[in-house]
Design a protein around this ligand. Sequence first.
Ligand code: ASP
Length: 582
Amino acid sequence: MSKIFVGDYSLEQVGKTVTVQGWVANIRDHGKLAFIELRDRAGILQVFVDESSADFDMVHELKRESIIEVTGLLVERDAKFVNHHLKSGQVELKAEKIKLISQSKDLPFELDAYSHTGDEIRQKYRYLDLRREKMTSNIMLRHKVTTAIREYLNSESFVDIETPYLTKSTPEGARDFLVPSRLQKNQFYALPQSPQMLKQLLMGAGFDRYYQIVRCFRDEDLRGDRQPEFTQVDLEMSFVKQEDIQNLVESMLKEVVKKSKGIEIEDKFPEISYDEAMTRFGSDKPDTRFGLELVDLTEIEKDSKILFITKALKEKNGSIQAINLPQGSGKFSNKELGNIKQAMMEFGITSFATAPVEDGIISGGMKSTFKESNAQVLQALDAKDGDLIFFVTGRKDKVQQALGALRLRLAKKLDLIDPTKLNFLWVTDWPLLEYNEEEGRYQAMHHPFTQATVGSADELKASPETVKSYAYDIVLNGYEIGGGSLRIHERDMQEAMFQLLGMDASDYERDFGFFLEALEYGFPPHGGLALGLDRLVMLLAGEENIREVMAFPKNGVGRDLMLESPSSVDEYQLSDLNIALK
Ligand code: ASP
C-alpha cells in the first residue's frame, strides 16, 4: 500500500485522526500556542499545538531537525490562512500527542533554501544537504526520469541485463580505474568506461533489445558535467537502421520530459550534420537556443591586401570568420575585450579583433581593413549600426572552436539564452576518424566499433580521413547527452578498423581476440546508444553541475568528503595484493 507522506496531506484526509512522523523544519513558538512545520521527503505539513495538548511543554525545548511523531486531527485551514506554496497548504494537523523520536544537535549549516552554504560542507554532511527541498526534488526528479525510461524501454520489448563492474579495459578513450586482483597476483581488473563490447556481445548472444541503467567509470580530470563515476542509460538493438535507433531514443526522451516535467514536445528533434554544426556553431554540441552563428568570410576576403588576413589565408586551411553581436557596440569594457582576446588566443588562432558598425560601415580600428569589402562583409553578417563584430583568423578548425566558445560566452554575458527552452538536436554524419597530431595516428571519433559508411575494408583503408560513420549524438541545450552508432559486425571490417587505429594483428588479437572471434559465429547487424543520465537530469532540473542531481557525488578532485575517500589502506591489505607503495 502506498504511504501518505507528511507533505501529501490534503483536504481528502480532513476529519481523520492521524499519526505522522517527520523532521521539525521550523517552529513558531508564540508561548501559548505554536506552529511546527513538519517535513518529510514529500514536503511540509503545518502542525498546530496549544495548551490543550498534554505534550505542549516539550514544544518549547524542540530543536530544529529533530524527529517527532504527532497524533492529531487533520483540519481544514481557514480560507485566509491557506498557504498556496505548500501542497498541504489547505490543511493543518491539530496535535493531541507529540513524541520526540530523535533529537538533533545544532546543525553545521542552515537548511533553508535561501542561505548559501559552501559545497565542501554540503558534501561532508550530504545527508543533511539532501533534506533541502531543492535537493530532495532533484533526487525525486532523477527517480521520475529513470522510471519513465524503464517503463518506456520495457514497453518496447527491451531486456534489462547487468554486466560486470570488474572487467577489462574498454577502449572508450579515457584512463581506466584499475582494481588489483588478490587471487590472480599482479593482475588488474578495470572498471568499465562503458559496457560497450559486452552489450554488443549480448546482441551476438541473441538478446535483441538490451538496456541497462549502468554506472560507468572514467579516470579523467573533472569539471561541472563530469564525475569519475557516472550513470549511462545504455541500449543496443539488432537488425536496425540508424533512423530506427534515433526514432526510438527520441520517443523515449519525449516521454521522459512529459512524465518528469509535464512538458509535451511535439516537433521532431532537428538534425544537422557534424560539418554543419561545426560550420554554423563552431561546436559538435551546439546550443541552439540562440543565434550568433559563425560566418565564414574567407571567400570574400580571398583577395584582401591586408597583411594579417593574407598571412592567415596563405596557411593550409587558413580562414577568416566572424560573429556579429547585434547591438553589442559599447557593451564591453576594454578590459573585458582584452580578457576575451586572451581566451580566444588560447585556441591557437592567429588573430582576434573587434569592430563596431557605425554609419553603415565597419568602424573603429578596422575601418581600413574592410574598405574594399565593407558591403559584402556587412551583408554576410547581417550587421547594422550599433552591432559589434568579432573577427578571428587562423586554421579553420581552430577558428571554429574559438568562435564556438565565444558564441557561448557572449550569449551568457548578454543573457540571450531562454532557460525554459529544451532544445534537443541530433548531430549526425560524423567522421569515422580524427587525426591525433601528438601521437601521429588516427583515432576513432566515437569508438573503434563504429560502422563506416563505406562497404568494404579496402574502401575504408583507401580514404580514412574522409570516411564518415553511422554515428549520432543527441544534444540538449549545448550538452552532449548521449551518443551511439551502428556497429561493425564483420570480422574483416573490425580488423581493418583496428589497423587504421595503428594496431597490428598481435595487438588486436591480444586485446580483442575474443571479440573478433565472436563475430564469426553468426553475429547480427546492430547498433545502439548511451545517454548520460546525470547530464540529462541536470538539464531537466535546471542545474549547472551534475553533483546537484547525484545523491553522493565527489568533489572537483574526485574526493568523497563525507566518506573521506580515497584513503590509505592497511599494510596487510596491500600485502595481500602484492603491492608495495613507492
Ligand atoms: N559506449 C558508448 C559511449 O559510452 C556509447 C555507445 O556507442 O553506445 O560513449
